[in-house]
Design a protein around this ligand. Sequence first.
Ligand code: XMP
Length: 317
Amino acid sequence: DWTAASFVESTIADLKARLGNDKVVMALSGGVDSTVAASLVHHAIGKNLYCIFVDNGLLRKDEYESVLHSYLDMGLNIKGVDAKAHFYGVLAGLTDPEAKRKAIGKAFIDIFDQEAHLIEDVKWLGQGTIYPDVIESVSVKGPSATIKSHHNVGGLPDYMKLKIVEPLNTLFKDEVRAVGRTLELPEAILKRHPFPGPGLAIRILGDITAEKVAILQDVDAIFINGLKTRGLYDQVWQAGAMLLPIQSVGVMGDERTYERVVALRAVTSVDGMTADWAHLPYDFLADVSNEIINRVKGVNRVVYDISSKPPATIEWE
Ligand code: XMP
């Protein structure tokens, strides 16, 4: 029978045997998967694991600083790379969801490749791929399926010639969390909701600008902090906000306003493959809506997404 403790023990032993004295480079995202994967590899080979954490300018508010801090606390050999300007540059003017994903995927590989080349004689690429990523990526390549492309699976350029190590590729999300708990990783990381690799770029419908990112970060922070304060965060599988490419009429005092609309999305799920919209309390939604409209300049309307997956996806792009 599968237990997290036996998985940890056998995986670390296996990694030690496979990796020996080789160096491994790994991109961390701040998410559960890459963090747990890195921790396993770190237990096996210590400082020979070189971690890279890229600020793509599409993360949640203050996430880059706080996550970097956690990684240092875990004792990881980690390098933070500020690539915000590069990402905003390649995204400028792009509106098609798949074009945005591809541009982000390519920008990420370019930055990562540049950083990996600074590490002498690195042999392996570590990845936090989990089982559902493997399944969804396979179906992307199928003849009829056009599920969204997951840029973080299989996107390695040939010329890097690195061997791939993916210690979590047989596990589901709840198993990954159990493994992380056995490794005594911080609860804040283990309980963190999944967050897509392309980040806020696929929650801003239409083109990406630094100004839109800042607005969405503020909206998202109010929603997520509200969920945490009310003890609802751990009851939903994932939550976030979408910035819509429309404006709506509102009224403030005697003034007519014509401002942005945001959609809040929260879902319950076991593995992200199917999901139901979270039946959050009305009074909570009312409070969050008021706070967003009062505090985030440029937003005058909040809507709540009541679609399940399928047929809707969790993200809007
Ligand atoms: P969808 O929107 O397909 O999302 O229902 C299912 C889960 O996958 C995440 N997601 C992504 N994760 N790169 C990622 O790393 C992506 O391009 C991507 N697209 C969606 C989404 O946040 C949800 O957890």
